[in-house]
Design a protein around this ligand. Structure first.
Ligand code: PMP
Length: 308
């Protein structure tokens, strides 16, 4: 089979069972490895869907410029899609994200604007958004996908990631958990899984220093891609039944274990998700199935504590 371009190869990532990190009396834990996705993360899916939907609606025209404020992977995804489809792309990101993310966006030919993170990631993300909105006001060719508000973001997961999970597991799914950046992943996948099994346990996972759904305050943390300090508009707050909090140390250790014990080279938020999945698997017990996502590849984190 030959794909006409790389965009047609997005998705269809493998579902892999964890064997060495799960207790003998715990539920089976299955991870969907998005590090193997085109573009190296789950966010290529949402980038592609947001651009295709905007084209369908006529808001994205051949001479449009894609401008998006994003903490990284969404920018890489949009830069990739923009490159293939021929759109000029500008990504606005906090200067606290890993250097690799900035370099990858630039390598796809997009422009990067860095905004200083003075210690509150929420404030910094707000400033990224203000900058994008200002550019849109000043230039009618600018299109801002706004992943935090765009229904095409969770739609990508409802229609694609979620259905792939159902097909791959081909049996009952008793638990699902996910960290929240835009909330697209937990909302889209959660809605698809819950439609089939209304009793499924779904956990929203938050970094300890950005646990706003749990009523906590926002500081800095290393779980990049989640815990941005805002309650996103696309997040369906009815979809999860519990909130689970993960410390930076737990996320880091779990991400390292995933490489060392399971051969899964994934990012820090994958550690976050799996730390929660292991706990949920322990609560549900033998004979049950828990699914989570490994959102991206470890190769995006060489300059971070993951490789210290
Ligand atoms: N992990 C990483 C590494 C990410 O880049 C993202 C996207 N921001 C997420 C998790 C969370 O995904 P979502 O935006 O769908 O909540």
């Amino acid at each position: 089979m030959i794909y006409q371009n790389v965009l047609e190869a997005i998705g269809h990532t493998p579902m892999i069972q964890l064997n060495h990190m799960v207790g003998p009396k715990d539920a089976r834990v299955l991870v969907k490895f998005e590090g193997l996705n085109v573009g190296g993360s789950v966010k290529t899916r949402t980038a592609y869907n947001m651009i295709c939907e905007a084209e369908k609606q006529g808001v994205l025209k051949p001479d449009s410029i894609i401008v998006e404020p994003t903490s990284g992977n969404q920018g890489i995804g949009l830069a990739l899609v923009g490159a293939v489809k021929g759109y000029k792309t500008v990504i606005i990101m906090p200067d606290s994200v890993s250097r690799e993310r900035k370099l990858l966006v630039e390598h796809y030919g997009a422009k990067v604007i860095l905004i200083h993170d003075a210690g509150n990631i929420g404030d910094c993300i707000d400033e990224c958004l203000r900058t994008a909105k200002k550019m849109a006001r000043e230039n009618p060719r600018v299109f801002v996908p706004q992943q935090f508000e765009n229904p095409a973001n969770p739609m990508a997961h409802r229609h694609h990631t979620g259905l792939e999970i159902l097909e791959q597991v081909a049996g009952p799914i008793d638990g699902f958990c996910s960290g929240i950046g835009t909330g697209g992943t937990i909302t889209g996948i959660g809605e698809t899984l819950k439609a089939l099994n209304p009793k499924i346990r779904i956990w929203a996972v938050e970094p300890e220093n950005a646990a706003i759904l749990a009523g906590g305050t926002v500081g800095t943390h290393i779980q990049m891609g989640i815990g941005d300090g805002v309650v996103p508009e696309v997040l369906n707050q009815e979809i999860y039944d519990s909130i689970y909090i993960v410390t930076d140390d737990e996320a880091l250790q779990t991400a390292k274990d995933l490489a060392r014990k399971e051969g899964l080279m994934c990012g820090i938020s994958s550690g976050t998700n799996v730390a929660a999945a292991l706990k949920l698997a322990h609560e549900l017990g033998e004979g049950k199935t828990v699914v989570t996502i490994l959102p991206d590849t470890a190769e995006r984190y060489f300059s971070t504590p993951l490789f210290e």
